[in-house]
Design a protein around this ligand. Structure first.
Ligand code: SAH
Ligand code: SF4
Length: 340
């Protein structure tokens, strides 16, 4: 039996047609699920009982279990348990412009970035589409809020779970459902080149963020093993293709690791690499993890790096730090959780 929260409007319409029903029933179900936020098929009073009975045979509405929740002023961090008892995280951040949710896309991650806590656990499996949709629905319900922005920056590599991630974006973006605007959705990838190309061809206004973290192959391969499969030149070619096709701007994430990639010469090299591209750089102060060989850059280096990019006419911002009290780096909550 499938979970109803993983079914796109298109697929639900096809289901109803196959069942000999009118396809608009799918819209009615979407309205109940995502506008009225109904928790039971039995409440869907404008749908005939025989249709409801069939729906109940084919789909469940099971929720995820909230295992723990840690709160700070501007952040709420959730640890969810999935039905097979795997654990994933989602983080709600309160910005002045709205509520932004960071969701996970896989249990663990195979990319093996040497500074990242999520990668400590190798990929166990991809998240199903419904497991991503429910992170959003359950946080909204738990806090009684609406989420205005969504980033795929939790545990996992979204482009290593491409089809489910695209269905997930489809569902939350659907006008007659949650209707989260595509320009308010950002998918972040460590640089899986074939999927960046596939993504370019989709006619979606979703934001793309690239985890760059280094501006030459030697350094990037050292901290991000994916660079051995897709080197910087292949990555930059794919990004240029994306920019040409979509006319959009791309975000480069650059986590500042003390004495590793935070020197002025790194900033100069980065400026050269990005010169002329329609992009901006998001500098991320490192959140220290159990990878004790990596430290956060000091404030001075962060500012110098920022100034150097500015001077070289690269658009740049420094990411606001959230939830120091609640071990906010992705993967940390799961890593610190001990079974009772
Ligand atoms: N796997 C995807 C998305 C999840 S990681 C990717 O790598 O892009 C989201 C971002 O957080 C990435 O840019 C990642 O490099 C960064 N990140 C990982 N661990 C971090 C840490 N401890 N401190 C700060 N940023 C971190
Ligand atoms: Fe995976 Fe992203 Fe962490 Fe790299 S930074 S190990 S790709 S989650």
């Amino acid at each position: 039996m499938k979970n109803i929260y993983g079914v796109t409007l298109n697929k639900l319409s096809e289901y109803f047609i196959k069942e000999g029903q009118k396809s608009f029933k799918a819209k009615q179900v979407f309205d109940w699920l995502y506008k009225k936020r109904s928790n039971s098929f039995d409440e869907m009073s404008n749908i005939k009982k025989e249709v409801i009975d069939k729906l109940k045979q084919d789909y469940n509405m099971d929720n995820l279990k909230i295992l723990t929740k840690q709160e700070d002023i501007d952040v709420v961090k959730y640890l969810f348990e999935l039905s097979d008892s795997n654990k994933i995280e989602a983080v709600l951040m309160r910005h002045d412009y709205g509520n932004s949710l960071c969701v996970s896309s896989q249990v663990g991650c195979n990319m093996g970035c040497t500074f990242c806590e999520s990668g400590r656990l190798k990929k166990v499996r991809n998240l199903e589409t419904y497991e991503m949709v429910l992170q959003l629905l359950q946080v909204e319900k738990d806090l009684n809020i609406r989420i205005s922005h969504l980033v795929l920056m939790g545990i996992g590599e979204p482009f290593d779970n491409y089809d489910n991630v695209i269905d997930f974006i489809d569902i939350i973006n659907e006008d007659i459902g949650i209707a989260l605007g595509s320009r308010h959705i950002t998918v972040s990838t460590s640089g899986i080149v074939p999927k960046i190309k596939e993504f370019s061809k989709l006619d979606k206004q979703v934001n793309l963020a690239i985890s760059l973290h280094a501006s030459n192959n030697e350094l990037r391969s050292r901290i991000m093993p994916i660079n051995k499969a897709y080197s910087l030149d292949l990555l930059m070619d794919a990004i240029k293709e994306y920019l040409d096709k979509t006319n959009r701007r791309v975000t480069f994430e650059y986590v500042l690791l003390k004495d590793v990639n935070d020197k002025i010469e790194n900033a100069i090299e980065l400026s050269k690499l990005l010169k002329g591209l329609n992009c901006y750089v998001n500098l991320i102060p490192y959140n220290e993890t159990s990878h004790i060989e990596y430290k956060k850059s000091n404030q001075n280096s962060i500012m110098q790096f920022y100034d150097t990019l500015k001077k070289n006419k690269i658009n740049v911002t420094i990411r606001k730090e959230f939830g120091k009290k609640v071990s906010a780096a992705c993967g940390q909550l799961r890593a610190n959780y001990k079974e009772e």
